[in-house]
Design a protein around this ligand. Structure first.
Ligand code: ADP
Ligand code: MG
Length: 227
């Protein structure tokens, strides 16, 4: 069938699915690291997302679990980091501690090509004080749950003044878990001159509303249940 919902929008088809990572504007060190990790070809969501995200576009990307969405936002945010500046330049919001830890691990694996990138996980349930101490030492990337990120912003242990990339991962689950207000609080404290990347397994009205409120003319990349 030829339904629009089964293929990315025309403005999103920038690389064929299964294209090698070498077709992207990534440094030789990053490409070598991907090869070391066994990432030879892009998954369909990566092929559709990465050219747009690396070019700085805001992006709404929908694809099922296990399709490789983490690298689709991690590579663009890492490409933009200034390792010499120990200010938080990228923030990834996730629905749960478990997911935040998985995302942190994947970003660290992908960041191995770069110089000493510090990725910090900030989730609820853990005591505040060690997190505050870690933040005081500086981090390039923060991954966390909306409520705890909000708490750190409120007590000013976290500043997003130098942020250039905001990622809303598993946006549908974050809304299901009642994080809409917390997300709004956090987004309102991000610089307006930023890239916003939203990833979701489904695309319900609440997620569409978030994209409209928080993003600048986002490209939409939707992949069906097939690979
Ligand atoms: P999602 O967020 O869509 O659920 P993940 O980003 O967690 O998916 O990726 C699922 C798994 O696939 C991870 O183990 C990841 O390391 C692996 N992976 C991602 N991209 C590639 C790739 N291009 N080639 C090989 N493995 C990949
Ligand atoms: Mg994921």
């Amino acid at each position: 069938m030829n339904a629009d919902s089964t293929s990315p929008r025309s403005d999103a088809i920038s690389a064929p699915a299964d294209a090698p990572f070498g077709t992207l504007p990534l440094s030789p060190a990053v490409l070598a690291n991907l090869q070391r990790l066994g990432y030879e070809r892009m998954t369909p969501i990566q092929a559709a997302s990465l050219p747009l995200a690396l070019a700085g576009r805001d992006l709404v990307a929908q694809a099922k679990t296990g399709s490789g969405k983490t690298a689709a936002f991690a590579l663009p945010l890492l490409a933009r980091l200034d390792a010499r500046s120990f200010a938080v330049q990228a923030l990834v919001l996730c629905p749960t501690r478990e997911l935040a830890e998985q995302v942190t691990q994947e970003i660290r694996r992908l960041a191995r090509a770069e110089d000493n990138i510090k990725v910090l996980t900030l989730c609820g349930g853990a005591t505040m004080r060690p997190q505050v101490a870690s933040l005081a030492h500086g981090a390039h990337v923060v991954v966390g749950t909306p409520g705890r990120i909000m708490d750190h912003l409120a007590r000013e242990s976290l500043s997003l003044a130098a942020l250039n990339t905001l990622v809303l991962d598993e946006a549908d689950r974050m809304l299901d878990m009642g994080f809409a207000d917390d997300i709004g609080y956090v987004v309102n404290r991000c610089p307006s001159d930023r890239q916003t990347l939203l990833f979701s397994a489904t695309y319900p009205p609440g997620v569409i509303g978030m994209a409209k409120r928080f993003m600048r003319n986002p490209a939409e990349v939707k992949l069906a249940e097939r690979h």
